[in-house]
Design a protein around this ligand. Sequence first.
Ligand SMILES: Cc1cc2nc3c(=O)[nH]c(=O)nc-3n(C[C@H](O)[C@H](O)[C@H](O)COP(=O)(O)OP(=O)(O)OC[C@H]3O[C@@H](n4cnc5c(N)ncnc54)[C@H](O)[C@@H]3O)c2cc1C
Length: 453
Amino acid sequence: MRPAGTEISEEALERDIKQVGTELHASFPSALRHPMRTVDTRAMEMASSDRELRAALFRFVDVVPACRSLDDVARHLSDFLDEVPDVPMPLEAAMRMANTKAGRATLGAAAARGVRHIAHRFIVGETPKEALGVLSHLWSRGVGSSVDLLGEATVTDAEANRYAQRCAGALEELADAVRRWPARSRLERDSSGTLPRANLSVKVSALTPLLRPDAPELGKRDAATRLRPLLAAARDLGAHIHIDMESLDSREAVLDLVLELLSEPEFAEGLSAGVVLQAYLRDSPSQLDQILDWASTRPRTSPPQVRLVKGAYWDHELVQARQQGWPAPVFEVKTECDRNFEALTRRLLEARPAVRVAVASHNLRSVAHAIAYNRLLGAADTELELQVLRGLGDELQDALARRGFRVRTYCPVGDLVAGMAYLVRRLLENTSNESFLHEQARNAPLETLLAAP
Ligand SMILES: Cc1cc2nc3c(=O)[nH]c(=O)nc-3n(C[C@H](O)[C@H](O)[C@H](O)COP(=O)(O)OP(=O)(O)OC[C@H]3O[C@@H](n4cnc5c(N)ncnc54)[C@H](O)[C@@H]3O)c2cc1C
């Protein structure tokens, strides 16, 4: 690594970002190889062009798993679209079909198929066993994975216990299956040692019904009773366990809980674990101080991995703050969020080996920046992990794997009902005007996509 204190010139960095970004872009698979993807993308583009239509379709997607019949699906679709003032032509035809029983059955079947098709783009299987085929296929193509068991909003002890059992079951199934996978050295080692093949992402809010901002200790204590056995299982099975970060009202409790548990003597050695840092939060730099202070005073054989994301709850945080009359905790200007993401990327890369770094983004500029800065620090490409979401980052995933980077895809597993909240968040992300993917889908020039924020 470059000696501490030596400056990296902004000019050299920008030049390298352009070069890395251009090379990656050239390695994107051609759209022709994914014809259905183009159809999905067009449907999503249509949804993003009209706010009312977008809101109606989101409400529709939300009710589909609860519908009892195709007739029911069609009636809901037509009811939601009725609220939209200017419906595009194909949808107007759909609404006319909903006027007869036979038309409703045909429309219902098509709508349900459409929702299921889009869901399968983001969700890899209903159970971990069902997902193993996709995970091993990804691995054979040089892509690691992290499994996320869908099922949000735990409100009873029984649901929390059930989620913990599903996590324990998934860890065992994954640990068993990955033994048969072929060697992929790029995905299995960095200079700090072995990287587990089996990797599970876990949500603390699903491990306790008591996670509330007014009583954080209660939620932490209750979640700890279910998280501790999972950490022990991951350690004994040689799997990695990653704790996702959710909305701001649970952030402090989640981070404190994880750092406290990882500080316990039984988890000091032999456990690979990680936390998430959300760059859209204005106070994320001080959150990083807390993580780095903790990591540097407690060196571990397997350094904790910090997954840097922008954050998935932007609209929620903004609405919540407005309702309460609080200042927004998130950046409100996208470029400020992107600049903060880059500043945090640099700090994380410089903090190694106290932490392992995972940069999770579908934004070519954010990713090219991380790769270029890592190289300018004198570190090997394999000392940095790049992560994407299944369904949103597939092209980038393929390009990264093709160019020999360490890439991991976050793979949600669960049924359609459990997946609805997840699916709606991903659709919101994909169709937001501020999103990089939206810009990319509109064929913005590469120069614009790679411009400094
Ligand atoms: C592997 C993986 C794991 C993830 N785990 C988590 C997790 O645990 N917790 C979590 O919260 N998210 C998580 N995410 C989701 C992640 O936060 C979103 O995918 C990400 O924000 C999209 O950012 P981008 O860099 O891909 O795209 P970009 O298009 O560059 O950025 C979009 C993001 O910018 C922010 N933004 C949008 N508009 C504005 C604005 N006007 N002002 C300021 N900021 C704005 C929002 O965060 C939005 O999501 C994960 C993502 C991946 C890939």
